[in-house]
Design a binder for this molecule. Structure first.
Ligand code: CA
Length: 627
């Protein structure tokens, strides 16, 4: 196995890189495009909009077609096209364009160095030791900044996230990673008509290696979007926040409208036996990571974002469409840049992909892809119910999920392998947001009870041994007014309601304190399956709506000797027997309130846990309690 892998590596090293389609210098520009099917290829260089000159490309080793054009081409644009089966194909900007014209139809020739903001060379990733230490906050650039109450000047733009109000907010909340919905160039927004105020999540890739123009202040200037995306990342880093990019290599906006489909028709996609495009994405096509050059494209693309834009993590959309080997190679390539760069994704597909199930990066096989995580629909469905029906979950009064909540608390080792590979979450941009989910599933209860359920469900996420993931705005009791797929809903549905911070301050404060409790206690993030096995136990609650989760023998690991979490998913106060504690017991959370340094001194012997609430107790060594 090893010698084969090394040989493959050596061969790959000799080949031109896919990312070097256009190498600019003031003296000359070199072009190199891969195609194993073209009979001829040419690049069309555009100056003014309608004029171009054609440069034929010459086929060289490994199916790369190359040309060198003398002179300074900065400010010009190009497309590439290939001749096969007796005709010239459609023009495209190439599959690895790094700068593009408005709406991404042509690639732009620019000096990438000139896109670096001031002090970019001094930008560093904020410190991170263990992936289970992190708390991811998912948001969309428009959701986060478009509200008139956002305090943001550059609304809906990369630059909005360089401003004080949103940065201070994220710091106050205490999250470590910001996951941004697609920020590469996508197709559903017309960049020439941004004043039309359209909204889209952006899961329709056009140019994978260029930031989306709609998020820049001038999409007609190819350098602008690149510089402003870097400014955003730089500002987040300066405020101690890492940036996770949502990547969508599993399908393209369409086939023949996209470079992957135009440069070499069919090669980059999986086909059905009848020759039609397979559709594991549910979007009309699925890419073929198992084809060598698609795999190399994905590996080079994530590495490009990590190097050029200093991106700190990647969330793979419908990762179950990709094959496991590709995910392992992505992990290995990122490790060479920085092993703290995160990789996780959706371990499922929308429909069955046209590839053997046992070789796909499905959740079930997560343990075969070390340090690649998968979203846990196990803990999600158990806590709040499945998106496929309107049933309640453990946190909203349904005892059916109790065992799965317990599995989720210990990060589902049977499929995750290690805890960091289990993304603990209940909501994300897909499906109902938490408020709406509880409203449709917990019938006949008042808002006070629904808020209790909300806090209880999120508590389980934040004390799980997996990696914590929160959907942005849940802490402000956001609602999407019952819309469970808001991918193109107006801003009025999608924006985060900043004004709720005063009305629901209690909820915001609870989230903030629970994040602080997680970050203060290593016991909730032991980091390895072995340590979880050694330190975690579930005590008998004698009630299928109550979980007693204990993390013990923490000397040398945590400031606490032990931690005890009681989750009461019933509508009644329950009295639970406590294990014997030799140290000093402090209540960190109870009855919908939480405080990282403790609410009060704790009970011994027994404790009452209020309906739909969590009680968290820390046992500190006597006389050695922190703060
Ligand atoms: Ca675009």
């Amino acid at each position: 196995m090893l010698s084969v892998a090394l040989m493959a590596c050596t061969n790959a090293a000799k080949q031109p890189k896919m990312e070097d389609e256009c190498l600019y210098s003031p003296q000359q520009t070199q072009f190199a495009f891969w195609s194993n099917a073209a009979e001829q290829m040419e690049v069309l260089i555009y100056g003014e909009v309608d004029s171009y000159e054609t440069v034929p490309l010459t086929k060289g080793a490994n199916d790369f077609w190359t040309a060198t054009v003398k002179g300074d081409l900065a400010g010009k644009y190009y497309t590439v096209r290939s001749f096969q089966n007796g005709e010239w194909g459609l023009e495209s900007p190439g599959i690895f364009a790094k700068a593009v014209s408005i709406n991404g139809q042509k690639a732009a020739i620019i000096d990438m160095k000139a896109t670096d903001p001031e002090n970019w060379d001094k930008d560093v990733r904020p410190a991170m030791t263990d992936p289970t230490d992190i708390v991811v906050y998912e948001t969309h650039l428009r959701d986060f900044t478009m509200s008139p109450n956002s305090g943001v000047e550059h609304k809906g733009k990369f630059l909005g996230l360089t401003e004080e109000a949103p940065l201070n907010y994220l710091k106050e909340l205490g999250i470590t990673h910001l996951q941004i919905l697609p920020m590469f160039d996508y197709g559903s927004i017309d960049e020439t008509a941004l004043d039309k105020n359209r909204y889209n999540w952006g899961y329709d890739p056009v140019n994978y290696n260029v930031p989306e123009g709609g998020y820049s202040t001038d999409p007609a200037d190819p350098a602008c979007r690149i510089r402003e995306a870097k400014q955003m990342i730089q500002a987040l880093h300066a405020n101690g926040i890492r940036v996770v990019m949502d990547v969508v290599y599993n399908h393209t906006y369409d086939v023949m409208g996209c470079a992957l489909g135009r440069v070499v028709p069919q090669y980059f996609y999986r086909l059905n036996e009848d020759g039609s495009y397979a559709n594991g994405s549910g979007c009309g096509n699925e890419t073929a990571s198992d084809h060598e050059m698609m795999r190399r494209f994905m590996v080079e693309s994530v590495c490009y974002w990590a190097r050029e834009y200093h991106i700190d993590g990647f969330r793979f959309d419908l990762m179950g469409i990709h094959d496991q080997e590709t995910m392992r190679q992505i992990r290995a390539a990122l490790d060479e840049i920085d092993p703290t760069i995160l990789t996780y994704g959706e371990g499922w597909a929308a429909m069955a992909p046209a590839y053997p199930y046992e070789d796909l990066a499905m959740k079930q096989w997560t343990y075969k892809m070390p340090r690649v995580g998968a979203f846990s629909d196990d803990i999600r469905n158990a806590l709040i119910g499945s998106p496929f029906d309107h049933e309640p979950g453990f946190a909203s009064g349904n005892p059916a999920g109790v065992k799965d909540v317990m599995r989720g608390l210990i990060a589902c080792p049977e499929w995750s392998g290690e805890p960091m590979q289990h993304v603990s979450y209940i909501t994300c941009h897909d499906n109902y947001c938490l408020r709406d989910r509880i409203e449709v599933s917990a019938k006949g209860v008042n808002e006070e009870t629904r808020l209790r359920m909300n806090k209880l469900a999120q508590t389980a996420v934040l004390v799980s041994q997996g990696m914590s993931f929160l959907y942005g705005g849940e802490e402000l009791y956001r609602t999407k007014r019952g819309i469970d797929n808001s991918y193109q809903s107006p801003d009025s549905i999608n924006i985060i309601p900043w004004e709720n911070k005063s009305e629901y301050y209690d909820l915001f404060e609870y989230y903030k304190q629970m994040i602080a409790i997680r970050r203060a206690h290593k016991g909730f993030r032991l980091g390895s399956a072995e340590a979880v096995k050694e330190h975690v136990e579930f005590l008998d609650a004698d009630n299928d709506q109550v979980i007693i989760y204990r993390i013990k023998d923490l000397e040398g690991i945590d400031t606490a000797k032990s931690l005890l979490v009681i989750l009461n998913g019933s509508d009644k106060t329950v009295t639970c027997d406590l294990p014997k504690m030799e140290g000093e017991c402090v209540v960190l959370a109870a009855d919908g309130y939480a405080q990282a340094w403790g609410l009060e001194l704790g009970p011994y012997g027994q404790v009452d846990v209020a309906p739909y609430s969590a009680t968290i107790l820390a046992e500190y060594p006597i006389g050695n309690q922190e703060e």
